[in-house]
Design a protein around this ligand. Sequence first.
Ligand code: MN
Ligand code: MN
Length: 315
Amino acid sequence: MAQHDFAYRSSGSYLNVGRRDDAPYGLAGLTFDGAVTNRPGARFGPQAIRLASQMLCDATHPHFDTTPLDLLSDAGDLALPNTGIEAMRAALMPQAAELLRRHHMVWLGGDHSVTLPLLRALNQLHGGPVAMVHFDAHCDTWTSHFGEPSGHGTWVYEAMQEGLLLPRASVQIGIRSSGERAAREYVNEMGGRVYTARELRGLESPAQLAPVLGEIRARMAAAGNPPLYLTLDIDCLDPAFAPGTGTPEPGGLSSNQVLSIIEELADLNWCGMDCVEVAPPYDHAELTSNAASTFVWTYLCGQIAKRGRQSATAA
Ligand code: MN
Ligand code: MN
């Protein structure tokens, strides 16, 4: 295992919680950034997101009026090699499977190449493909990583080809980077839905976003509300909100747009989340890690609020 020792482990934990194997919700860091195409640094993401989370510990969420403090376990950063994508994925799979048996998981990246093995593990857990909401500036549907088969921009294509995703229940939000039409339109062509950042300009409040939210709900309902995975590439945000990332793309989403969507769709059948591509070396005033930390917190509080409503109904 010596070659699987990795250099950077964060100290502390998300929201200052420790590791608790019986907690319903879990969190783990994936400190791999060996598959980026531009600026590296996302291996430091989990550490920065955890540090930013400390501000969120002192009271309840203002919208969901709950807190994950007693229900969350932080498993720390998983032991992953930073030397190669296949070695990373091979090391990640069994660790992810074990955590998924215990908890509803949130994963902190790391670059976006971590999502493919997470989808494989989720498919094994749920016995089939899952639905997806994917926030990103990039479509991540390229068929090659500059000549290599896999990178942080190929995982959606690979996941579709492997049958890990339900195509009609796959939604992308915030897409805007340069890219050939075949890649940009891939998820639409498969029967899913791509919301470009341009299409969402000026739509920020729940009322303004109502048609978008309604269409996403309708897609999930038409698929029978299968387990739904949230993958949030922080570069979906405009660089004004998230400068600390490897491939920033101007003209992006606002923090409020992302929060409105996460909050309003909290009652869907979510089965987990990742937040990837936070690269602290390019951040300013911890803007990016604060945004990431708040999105994760909001997702968790939304799930806990839903869980509270369900147990109240059952009782
Ligand atoms: Mn991405
Ligand atoms: Mn991206």
